[in-house]
Design a binder for this molecule. Structure first.
Ligand code: 13P
Length: 252
């Protein structure tokens, strides 16, 4: 059985003080989502504050990005080692906003996944098609390409530790979510792709999230799909009550 995993991607929202206020309101409600692994993904500047707030809570901390080098002359970048030292156990890699706005390619995503695993950080690898690709009937081709590139050359036991988030780009921040069945079908395709490359054991261990306009009202639709093990939540994760309500839908 895979442990469900629900993560709050705060994107470029919340100062350290605002993040602490979130934790104060959120942590007393954590027990509503017993049996669900919860991950908070604040901006870099709030990592330390959230790490302190989460001490002893069994809520995990993650970052939204990293650079693959350990240290060096890379102005503006953050290394896997720095994230580990800040208390992160997860890191989001290849979010569509980074691919679209900051030029991240499949090759960058691959290097970041390898670097994260090399520093004991667990990648949450984002894949998903744009509206244009969907309308051209290319959803499956695009998702399979992104999955293959991200994990290329890794060992099965490394892949098994990863989380893959299927986030159709047209569903992010638009209020227009995929249907549970459509998302389940693409998650099934991701799992079959991984099984073909790394074996059934690794593929059945990988946790697959759906992301894109997840809210308390539609979370149950995704939670009941057999291939979907959790959610990567943007907008609705900024409010403690909404985030915990979404996580609650995934209680086994
Ligand atoms: P929304 O939940 O705001 O649509 O964002 C989804 C997302 O991008 C999570 O990574």
């Amino acid at each position: 059985m895979r442990t469900p995993i629900v993560a709050a991607n705060w994107k470029m929202y919340k100062t350290a003080r605002e993040a602490e206020a979130f934790c104060r309101e959120f942590l007393p409600q954590r027990s509503r989502a017993r049996g669900v692994e919860l991950v908070l993904l604040p901006p870099f500047t709030a990592l330390e504050a959230v790490a302190r707030a989460l001490e002893g809570s069994e809520v995990a901390l993650g970052a939204q990005n990293l650079f693959w080098e350990e240290e060096g002359a890379y102005t503006g970048e953050i290394s896997p080692r720095m994230l580990g030292a800040a208390g992160c156990s997860y890191v989001v890699i290849g979010h569509s906003e980074r691919r679209r706005l900051f030029g991240e390619t499949d090759e960058h995503v691959h290097r970041k996944v390898a670097a994260a695993l090399g520093h004991a950080l667990l990648p949450i690898v984002c894949v998903g098609e744009t509206l244009e690709e969907r309308e051209a009937g290319r959803t499956e081709e695009v998702v399979v390409r992104q999955v293959k590139a991200a994990f290329h050359g890794l060992a099965a036991d490394e892949v098994a530790r990863c989380v893959v988030a299927y986030e159709p780009v047209w569903a992010i921040g638009t209020g227009r979510n995929a249907t549970g069945e459509d998302a389940n079908q693409i998650c099934g395709l991701i799992r079959r792709t991984l099984a073909g490359l790394y074996g059934e054991g690794a593929a059945s261990a990988v946790r697959l999230q759906y992301g894109g306009s997840v809210k308390p009202e539609n979370a149950a639709e995704f939670a009941r799909q057999p291939e979907i093990d959790g959610a990567l939540v943007g907008g609705a994760s900024l409010e403690p009550g909404k985030f915990i309500a979404i996580a609650e839908a995934f209680v086994p």
